[in-house]
Design a protein around this ligand. Structure first.
Ligand code: GTP
Length: 360
């Protein structure tokens, strides 16, 4: 039985205000928390026990998943009183592992949606007798990520976090947030102190001559860290572009929960998800968006590439584009929410207002 660690303790600042009450990995993507999609894919790959490394709003995970009875995987919680960073969280979670020092441990960042061949990554780790195998993906613009150049045999040459100048962009391969570690390597990370796996552990392993390999996977990959990416990830699941056992068999142009009420004249398209108890009014258009439970969208409103959180009420003739509406917000009739706008929980926007991009 293979064990895994799922890192779900981040603050999710880029998705504020949605993450004020709900940790990012628990926000519903196509109706299920990202964590649930990951757990179901891990189970499919033969992983039988997962330790969730939690910190921010730790209790939300256990309330939802308990010990994994419904998920079919044993779930254990490692709670950090103070966030320990990615490396510190992995080390803290390792206190709950039961495997031996030479066994593989799979680590996932809690906010990526992937089609990665998890079992294949473990196999590559085994074949290379590696200390660590990292899943890499290629992106067109790698500036927001950690670059991981490799040699022709797949050995990692360097870790370069968030390059800024063109000379620093030495590859289009980036750290995709999934690793296989030899258990004893995790045990060598200092315990109980903040450590970044990307900035400290990986470079230190290279310096010490450890075998660190990168495995490029060309399959689906998306970091759900920003509102636009979050809406896209949900739409990709609904459309069937992103794989998840939880939505397989249910893919289409939109997904509407059976308890939602959608006017026959409303148009839902491009992977829109409509949650339980939501109401979509006459002639409304909802495009590539995520509509959480109990939302009301008034007639003739147009919502595009946006996230509308639980219980929010959108008036009539409202235009919302690439925006985030937090729970229980009220948007007055004929308002315009421009790209990047964010409305806070319970906030009311007067009718006919224009809300511009939110600046932190
Ligand atoms: P931003 O604040 O928007 O950057 O999001 P984030 O807090 O989730 O940070 P980031 O996306 O860099 O984190 C990558 C993954 O590691 C996510 O799944 C986080 O939940 C997780 N993570 C980050 N820091 C910690 C930590 O201190 N403890 C634990 N347990 N997990 C963490």
């Amino acid at each position: 039985m293979i064990e895994a660690i799922l890192l779900v303790g981040g603050q999710g600042t880029r998705l504020r205000p949605l993450t004020i009450s709900t940790p990012k990995p628990m926000l519903p993507v196509a109706g299920f928390p990202c964590t649930e999609h990951q757990i179901s894919r891990a189970k499919e790959a033969g992983i039988g026990r997962i330790i969730l490394g939690t910190s921010y709003r730790a209790e939300v995970f256990e309330e939802y998943f308990d010990h994994g009875q419904d998920a079919g995987v044993e779930l254990v919680y490692a709670v950090e009183d103070e966030p320990l960073g990615t490396g510190g969280a992995i080390r803290n979670a390792a206190n709950h592992l039961t495997c031996g020092p030479d066994d593989p441990v799979v680590i996932f960042n809690g906010d990526v949606l992937t089609g990665l061949d998890i079992a294949g990554l473990i196999e590559k780790w085994r074949e290379a007798e590696a200390d660590v195998a990292l899943y890499l993906t290629r992106v067109e613009d790698p500036r927001a990520y950690g670059l991981v150049p490799t040699d022709e045999t797949g050995r990692v040459l360097e870790f370069r976090e968030k390059p800024t100048t063109p000379e620093e962009i030495v590859t289009d391969q980036i750290n995709a947030g999934c690793y296989v570690f030899r258990r004893s390597v995790i045990d060598s990370i200092p315990d109980g102190v903040p450590v970044s796996v990307e900035r400290e552990t990986f470079p230190a392993l290279l310096n010490s001559g450890a075998t660190v390999i990168g495995v490029v996977d060309e399959g689906y990959w998306l970091d759900l860290g920003t509102p636009l990416a979050f809406a896209q990830g949900s739409a990709d699941l609904v459309l069937g572009n992103a794989p998840s056992p939880l939505v397989a068999g249910n893919v289409g142009d939109s997904f509407v929960d059976s308890s939602a009420q959608v006017s026959p004249t409303a148009i839902l398209r491009n992977g829109t998800y409509v949650g339980p108890g939501a109401t979509i009014g006459d002639s409304a258009i909802v495009d590539a968006s995520v509509i959480f439970p109990d939302v009301v969208i008034g007639e003739n409103s147009i919502v595009t590439k946006s996230i509308v959180s639980a219980g929010a009420v959108i008036g009539t003739g409202v235009v919302i584009t690439e925006a985030v509406i937090a729970e229980l917000a009220i948007i007055g009739d004929r308002s315009i929410l421009e790209s990047g706008a964010r409305v806070f929980p319970g906030e009311s926007v007067e009718p006919a207002s224009t809300v511009k991009a939110w600046v932190d």
